[in-house]
Design a protein around this ligand. Structure first.
Ligand code: GRF
Length: 203
């Protein structure tokens, strides 16, 4: 099954997906990595792994949907069936999200529905929660919302700052994202009544 990954930067989650897809028993391959930023480190990771890349600079398009149309065109040309957002820093419009409905997933660095949006680790520490983590979910037009496929929890430890906490969460992200992608492409995590009905355990 051919999967596309959308990135804007570092691409450590992309790397985790690349590594997983290289294993013989993994049911997906990455057919295209798209970045809206030319200098994204993730583009180098993809090239190093011999994966096709596309850089589509959103600033060259007058409207969000025109940018998305071009992405959509290239993804379909590459025969992509499922899409992962991995640190993709553009808001997607309902136009694009509907075209990829139930085939488009995102990883967010918090235990949703807590801490939607940015600076999740700062806000987790500030709020005094003892458990934090990450979530993989289907994308819906509302930001950081949509049926949840899987979550991974990590402790917030005494003395943590946003950096140390984000490193702990990121390690969990790198395990969770490939696990959830596998369930998705195998049809074991499907949306019914806007919830994911599981046929397997994530952990
Ligand atoms: C990750 O923390 C992810 O959860 C969030 O953006 C960050 C991307 O990091 N959506 P990377 O580019 O995968 O290293």
């Amino acid at each position: 099954t051919r999967v596309g990954v959308l990135i804007s930067g570092r691409g450590s989650n992309l790397q985790a997906l690349i590594d997983a897809c290289q294993k013989d028993d993994f049911p997906a391959e990455i057919g295209l990595v798209v970045s809206n930023k030319a200098g994204a480190q993730g583009l180098d990771r993809a090239r190093e792994a011999g994966i096709a890349t596309a850089c589509i600079d959103h600033t060259l398009f007058e409207e969000r949907e025109l940018f998305e149309e071009e992405m959509d065109r290239q993804l379909r040309e590459a025969k992509i069936k499922f899409l992962c957002l991995a640190g993709f820093m553009r808001i997607l419009t309902p136009y694009f999200i509907d075209r990829w409905r139930d085939k488009l997933i995102n990883i967010h660095p918090s235990l949703l529905p807590a801490f939607k949006g940015v600076s999740t680790h700062e806000r987790a520490i500030e709020s005094g929660v003892r458990i934090h983590g990450c979530t993989v979910h289907f994308v819906r037009p509302e930001m950081d919302d949509g049926p949840i496929i899987g979550q991974a929890a990590v402790p917030v430890l005494p003395g943590d700052d946003a950096d140390s906490l984000s490193r702990r969460v990121l390690e969990a992200e790198h395990r969770l994202y490939p696990t959830c992608l596998k369930l998705l492409v195998e049809g074991k995590a499907r949306v019914t009544a806007e919830r994911v009905r599981m046929q397997a355990n994530v952990a």
